[in-house]
Write a protein that binds this ligand. Structure first.
Ligand code: HEC
Length: 272
């Protein structure tokens, strides 16, 4: 096929050789077994990591709106807060819901709604907190809210304003570095797959980078308007879709797909 090859002069040999235009493209099956093993191991561990990441997202956001399952309201509440529930209630309905039985959760929520009575705290609430929460929330870890005492607990029972900016900034930079590494590796492996048209292949590689910027940007924008929770969901879906596509195509082409490299034989001829 003309156009697929070009003539070049090799500087060290002074020879005219025919090389493919995309001479950086090698299909997996042109790589040695060891490199394909490396790719496969990387894909398997990244795939399992992705499943854990999704479990974590579900666990930390589902049920914030008081209904089971992950919904658009849960995302909106996580980032922008809730006009109805306090942070303590949000945690009790969502990520902390497994930490105590339903009747004790009812006691805690009732106490918050009745106005954080001090007497009731001493008699009914403190024992529950000591029993169920203080093991982790004793104030020794600066990243976990201190619930050990009336004032500390009451501080989490103010109206929820969502994840604060500093938490978002911390999580943003971790995500941006982490995700770039993951999708650089993924894209590098996937770039050796035979996928046409080339613009489509490139779009699949570019999608996660666009998605992560949209995703993280809309965490902040959700604070201004909860409609951006949709962008969080859609960009997360785009990220997942691109991951799944690259993973499946790469794995399939590494081991099953038969690629016939249509490389022209390298012909060497002295320059006259
Ligand atoms: C096994 C350890 C553990 C126990 C027990 C535990 N928590 Fe937590 N809690 C955490 C961790 C870790 C976080 C931080 C989670 C995060 O930021 O994603 C957290 C976060 C919270 C938050 C902040 C949530 C937010 O939206 O930022 C509240 C409020 C909370 N817990 C309340 C409680 C209450 C009330 C109990 C007892 C019924 C409890 N926790 C029991 C580990 C625990």
């Amino acid at each position: 096929m003309p156009g697929a090859v070009s003539l070049r002069i090799l500087p060290n040999k002074g020879m005219m050789v025919m090389v493919e235009t995309h001479r950086m493209f090698f299909h997996y099956q042109e790589f040695p077994f060891s490199v394909r093993t490396l790719f496969t191991g990387t894909l398997i561990v990244l795939g399992i990591g992705y499943l854990f990441a999704m479990l974590h997202i579900y666990n930390s956001h589902a049920g914030r709106d008081g209904k089971p399952g992950l919904s658009i309201e849960d995302i909106a509440i996580a980032y922008s807060g809730s006009k109805e529930a306090t942070q303590l209630e949000g945690a009790l309905m969502g990520p902390m819901s497994g930490m105590l039985p339903t009747n004790e959760r009812g006691d805690l929520i009732g106490w918050v709604r009745r106005g954080l009575d001090r007497q009731e705290y001493e008699t009914r609430i403190k024992p529950i907190i000591d029993d169920r929460c203080v093991a982790c929330h004793d104030g020794s870890n600066p990243h976990i809210a201190n619930l050990n005492g009336y004032d500390e607990l009451a501080a989490t029972a103010k109206l929820d304003t969502g994840m604060d900016i500093f938490t978002l900034v911390r999580v943003s930079h971790i995500h941006m570095f982490g995700i770039t590494f993951i999708f650089f590796l993924m894209g590098l492996i996937f770039s050796h797959a035979y996928v046409r048209p080339v613009w489509f292949k490139s779009a699949v590689i570019a999608a996660p980078f666009v998605a992560i910027i949209l995703d993280i940007g809309s965490w902040y924008l959700t604070k201004l308007h909860t409609a951006f929770a949709w962008v969080v969901i859609l960009s997360g879906a785009l990220l997942g879709l691109s991951f799944a596509f690259q993973w499946i195509v790469s794995m399939y082409q590494i081991w099953i797909f038969k690629y016939s490299a249509k490389r022209p034989p390298v012909r060497e001829a002295p320059i006259v």
